[in-house]
Design a protein around this ligand. Structure first.
Ligand SMILES: [Zn+2]
Length: 558
C-alpha cells in the first residue's frame, strides 16, 4: 500500500516521485519511472499503454477507472483493477474478450434529492443538511449559485432575499446580531408562513411550524453558542432550537466581525472541516428539522452526513494491494489464460462461516450489452426539442457514458468535436438536438460518437420522448445498452418506486450524497461458489446482513 511510503517531510512532493524513491530503497536494482500528471492527459494515450504487459490500477475515482479500462480494452492489455470502501474491498482482472470489463456492470450512482424536496418538503435530516449547505452558500458564498437564491426580477417576490442582501457594517456587533436575527426570521418564519399560505402542506403528514419570532429575539445573543461552552461534548449533544439560533448568530458574527473575514464574503465555500461552516450547517439544518418535525441531530452526526465520510482504512488498502500483486504473479506466470488463473476477490469485514475474510470467485464473462468491450449500441431516450447539444455532451456523453473528448457525427456530418486540432463547433452547443445540422437528432437517428483519446466508437440511437420532468427528481434522459444487431427499442421507463432514481442531473439543481455505508458487508454479494453452500445460511453479522447487490459494484473510493 503506497500510503505507508509517505512521511511528513514528503508533504508537497508528488506522490509518484516519493513512491519511486522509497521503493528503490527496498530494491535498488528495480527500474521505476515516476510520472506526475493526470492519467487522462494525451501523453498517457494508446501508445503509452501499448508498451506494458500488465496495468495495475490504484485510482480513486470512477471517471479515471473508466478511462483506463477503455485504454486497456483498446490495447488488449490485462488490467488488475481494485478498490476499497472502508473495511470492504475488491480486486479483479480484466482482459478483453475473456473477462468482464470495468464497465460491463453498471456502477451504483449517487443519491440525488429533488430540488422541491430540499426547498419545500424535507422529511429526513439529510434533506435539511443539503438545505443548510445551500443556505451557507446563500449567506456567505457565491449566492447566485445557491439553490435557495431567488432573483430580484422573479415572478414571485422573495420574502428573504432583501433581508439576506442587507449586509451589516463590519465590526458593528449590534448591527450584525440584528442582521442575523432578521435573516433567521425571514428564513425560518416568514418564508415558512408564505409556503403555508400557498397551501403547500394541505396533504402533508406534518405541517411545518415556523420558528417563533420571540424565540429568535430571545436567543440572538453574543457569547452563548454551544460551541463556546468548552470541552468536546457540544459536538455530541443534540442542539435544541435555542442552541441553533445562538450558534447561527455566532457564525454570522465571526464572518462580519473583522474586515479580513468579511473580505471573503461571496467566496466562502462549505467545507466540513472548517469549524465555522460546519457549525453553521449543523445549526441551520437542525433548526429546519425543528420546523418540519424531523429528528434533530448532533453536530457530530450532521458532520458525518454533510461530509459524506467513508473512512479510508490503510490495512484494507494494503490487503487489496497485496491481492493485486498475487494476481499479477498469476498473470506473469502464464500458467493459463486470465479467465482460468485469475479470480475476483471480495474483501469482507466479518468472517464467513468458513472463516474467510477474502472470498474468491471466478471472473465474470464479458457482457454482451457492454458498449465498451462488446460494441453494443446505446439507446438514449431524450427530449430532442428541449435538450441542447451542450447538455447532451456534458450529461449524456461525458457524465453518463464516460467520454473524454467526444466527436459527434450525424450520418457523415460532424456536429461536435473536442481534442487537439478539433474544428470549432461551439456555435452548435446552444442548439436543440433536433435543430442540429445534418438533419438533427430526431426519433430514430443513429449518432456516431468517437473518442480518439480512448479509441472508442459507439453508435447511439436517439429516441425522442416528450415527457421528462427534472423537477420531479427524474433524469432528463434514460440510457440502456443493447447488443449490436438487435432491434431498436427505447429504454424502458424506470420501475415504479418511491426511491429517488439515481442521478446524473445537473449539479445546480440537485445535491448528491453517497448513501451512508453500513458497518457490515452490505452491498457485497458473496461469490456464487458459496451462495448455495453452507454459508448461505450464515448468521447475520453484527450490524446487518449481506444484501444481494450485483458484483463488480462496490463503490470506488480508493
Ligand atoms: Zn465491458
Amino acid at each position: 500500500n503506497r500510503q505507508f511510503l509517505f512521511r511528513p517531510h514528503h508533504v508537497g512532493m508528488p506522490k509518484s516521485v516519493v513512491a519511486r524513491e522509497m521503493a528503490l530503497k527496498f530494491n535498488p536494482d528495480a527500474k521505476i519511472v515516476a510520472h506526475h500528471g493526470n492519467i487522462k492527459d494525451s501523453q498517457f494515450g494508446m501508445d503509452y499503454f501499448k508498451q506494458f504487459s500488465v496495468v495495475m490500477n490504484a485510482l480513486d475515482n470512477v471517471d479515471a477507472r473508466r478511462h483506463v479500462n477503455r485504454l486497456c480494452v483498446a490495447t488488449e492489455k490485462v488490467l488488475v483493477e481494485a478498490g476499497t470502501t472502508g473495511f470492504l474491498g475488491q480486486v479483479y482482472v480484466i482482459k478483453r474478450g475473456e473477462t468482464a470489463c470495468y464497465e460491463c456492470f453498471p456502477k451504483p450512482t449517487k443519491k440525488v434529492y429533488p430540488i422541491c424536496t430540499i426547498r419545500s418538503t424535507p422529511d429526513k435530516p439529510v434533506h435539511c443538511i443539503v438545505w443548510a449547505k445551500q443556505c451557507f452558500q446563500l449567506l456567505f458564498g457565491h449566492r447566485e449559485a445557491s439553490m435557495l437564491f431567488e432573483p430580484p426580477d422573479g415572478p414571485d417576490p422573495s420574502v428573504f432575499m432583501p433581508t439576506v442582501n442587507a449586509h451589516p457594517a463590519v465590526g458593528d456587533h449590534k448591527a450584525i446580531l440584528k442582521y442575523a436575527r432578521d435573516v433567521l426570521v425571514a428564513l425560518f418564519n416568514t418564508e415558512i408562513r408564505k409556503q403555508l399560505a400557498m397551501d403547500k402542506y394541505k396533504t402533508a403528514r406534518f405541517v411545518p411550524q415556523p420558528v417563533d419570532e420571540a424565540l429568535i429575539d430571545a436567543n440572538c445573543t453574543e457569547g452563548a453558542a454551544p460551541s463556546l461552552a468548552g470541552g468536546a461534548s457540544w459536538k455530541t449533544q443534540v442542539w435544541g432550537a435555542e442552541d441553533c439560533i445562538m450558534e447561527i448568530c455566532q457564525c454570522v458574527l465571526e464572518v462580519y466581525a473583522t474586515a479580513e473575514a468579511a473580505g471573503l464574503l461571496g467566496s466562502y465555500e462549505f467545507d466540513k472541516d472548517t469549524s465555522q461552516a460546519m457549525r453553521f450547517v449543523a445549526a441551520a439544518s437542525n433548526l429546519r428539522s425543528h420546523v418540519f418535525g424531523i429528528t434533530l441531530q448532533s453536530f457530530h452526526d450532521a458532520k458525518g452526513v454533510a461530509g459524506n465520510i467513508i473512512p479510508a482504512i490503510a490495512t484494507t488498502n494494503a490487503i487489496v494491494a497485496g491481492r493485486q500483486v498475487t494476481e499479477l504473479f498469476k498473470i506473469l506466470s502464464e500458467r493459463g489464460t486470465v479467465a482460468e488463473v485469475c479470480r475476483y476477490t471480495d474483501c469482507v469485514r466479518y468472517k464467513t462461516r468458513r472463516g474467510l475474510l477474502l472470498q474468491a470467485a471466478k471472473l465474470e464473462c464479458p457482457v454482451a450489452t457492454c458498449f465498451v468491450c462488446n460494441q453494443a449500441i446505446v439507446d438514449v431516450a431524450i427530449n430532442t426539442a428541449t435538450t441542447t447539444l451542450q447538455e447532451f455532451v456534458d450529461q449524456v456523453l461525458k457524465r453518463r457514458l464516460g467520454f473524454n473528448e467526444p466527436t459527434v457525427m450525424i450520418g457523415d456530418g460532424e456536429v461536435y468535436a473536442e481534442g487537439q486540432d478539433a474544428e470549432d463547433f461551439s456555435s452548435n452547443l446552444p442548439r436543440h438536438l433536433k435543430d442540429l445540422p445534418s438533419g438533427g437528432m430526431r426519433h430514430g437517428t443513429m449518432v456516431s460518437v468517437d473518442d480518439f483519446s480512448q479509441d472508442m466508437e459507439v453508435q447511439v440511437c436517439i429516441h425522442h420522448e416528450e415527457t421528462f420532468d427534472p423537477e420531479k427528481g427524474a433524469e432528463n434522459f434514460r440510457v440502456v445498452n443493447r447488443r449490436a444487431g438487435t432491434a431498436s427499442a427505447p429504454p424502458p421507463p424506470p420501475a415504479q418506486s418511491d426511491a429517488v432514481p439515481p442521478g446524473n442531473g445537473d449539479d445546480d439543481e440537485v445535491e448528491e450524497i453517497e448513501p451512508m455505508p453500513s458497518s457490515s458487508g452490505q452491498g457485497q454479494k458473496r461469490p456464487r461458489s458459496e451462495e448455495k453452500g453452507a454459508d448461505a445460511a450464515a448468521p447475520m453479522p453484527p450490524g446487518g446482513g449481506l444484501t444481494k447487490a450485483p458484483r463488480y459494484s462496490a463503490p470506488d473510493s480508493s
